[in-house]
Design a binder for this molecule. Structure first.
Ligand SMILES: O=P(O)(O)O[C@@H]1C[C@H](O)[C@@H](CO)O1
Length: 333
């Protein structure tokens, strides 16, 4: 519609015309476009309050379930289940193998909050939005987070079905100037310039290795470096060869934003990749990476992984109890 010139100023969608008919930019409250403007503390608080008002549990341990690994949430007892579409400010989960629910309950007798399905940037979400549930967990009382994913094995010594404990990651998006921590920083979450070395807690890795030994799956345990690429396409041979030269052991499409946000707000992090497929680094190979294989491997390894995570959570809760007299629940404060 043509603007009305006879008025002093005329409002357009993004700005206005002044009395001389010149377009005037709208006053920007913040110099960043929406995609780089993360939810405020108050918005995150609204989501966490929604959960706290609807569950009696007060977990200090959070779990993010990767592709095909959401079966763990089914094991929770006395559980309260919240589909993402019911939680204020939550995005929708759109990927097969990601149920899209927050489940809060008891794993054995330890209270946990479990994301049954996560958000990926290839679904169209900004990195901060992919990781926003971590801040929601933080404000519900979570201090320790277990992040899991399905990943392609790039280290030639790895086999499909292995469990790689993350000792580090490469934040490839960061190389290109993107970050889940981009935009205005709220010190209530954490500092403007957080350190990222020692992101993957050494003690929890030791504990997990001991658990793997105790339950007889230590032959599958590896320790390595994970890289997140944007996806959704799997990698080319040349890309994989480059990543291997950079020291990458496993390739995926998630986890790094969540871990960065968790570390920013002071959480202790344990993360592992289930190696669901072998990365193809040979031009003559006939096979192709595909999501069906990823889900199939995850299903095959489900029982071992469920037991592994259950025991890791029990051991973590025992250590938290002996450290400060709390059993993994903020109830006990
Ligand atoms: O959510 P995760 O990282 O476990 O899922 C991986 C990465 C892609 O979403 C998908 C590719 O098959 O699996």
């Amino acid at each position: 519609m043509a603007p009305e010139r006879s008025q002093e100023t005329v409002t357009l969608t993004n700005g206005s015309l002044n009395s001389n008919g010149h377009y005037v930019e709208p006053l920007m409250k913040h110099p960043l476009p929406d995609i780089d403007r993360p939810y405020t503390y108050e918005v995150i608080e609204q989501s966490s309050r929604f959960l706290l008002e609807r569950t009696k549990h007060r977990p200090r341990i959070g779990i993010i379930c990767g592709s095909g690994l959401g079966g763990l949430a089914e094991l929770l007892k006395e559980k309260d289940v919240f589909p993402y579409e019911e939680i204020p400010n939550f995005p929708a989960s759109t990927v097969p193998g990601h149920a899209g629910r927050m489940v809060i309950g008891l794993l054995e007798d330890v209270p946990v909050i479990c994301m049954q399905g996560r958000f990926h940037c290839y679904e169209g979400y900004a990195l901060w939005k992919c990781a926003m549930p971590v801040r929601v967990m933080k404000l519900t009382g979570v201090t320790h987070i277990i992040v899991t994913n399905a990943a392609g094995g790039l280290n030639p010594a790895y086999n499909v079905g292995d469990i790689m404990l993350l000792k580090d990651h490469i934040n490839m998006q960061g190389f290109a100037g993107d970050s889940p921590l981009k935009g205005r920083n709220d010190e209530r979450f954490g500092p403007r310039f957080p350190a990222m070395n020692n992101s993957y807690d050494q003690r929890l890795r030791q504990l997990a290795k001991q658990v793997a030994k105790d339950i007889g799956i230590d032959q599958y345990i590896r320790e390595g470096v994970y890289v997140m690429l944007g996806g959704p396409a799997y990698e080319t041979v040349a890309e994989l060869r480059l990543l291997r030269m950079l020291g990458v052991d496993a390739v995926g499409m998630s986890t790094v934003p969540e871990v960065m946000v968790a570390r920013h707000c002071g959480m202790t992090v344990f993360a592992f990749s289930l190696i669901t497929n072998e990365c193809i680094t040979d031009y003559d190979a006939q096979g192709e990476a595909n999501h069906e294989e990823v889900i199939e491997t995850a299903n095959k390894r489900q029982n071992d992984l469920n037991l592994f995570v259950t025991r890791v959570v029990s051991s973590m809760a025992s250590e938290m109890t002996s450290a400060n007299g709390k059993n993994g629940s903020v109830d006990e404060n």
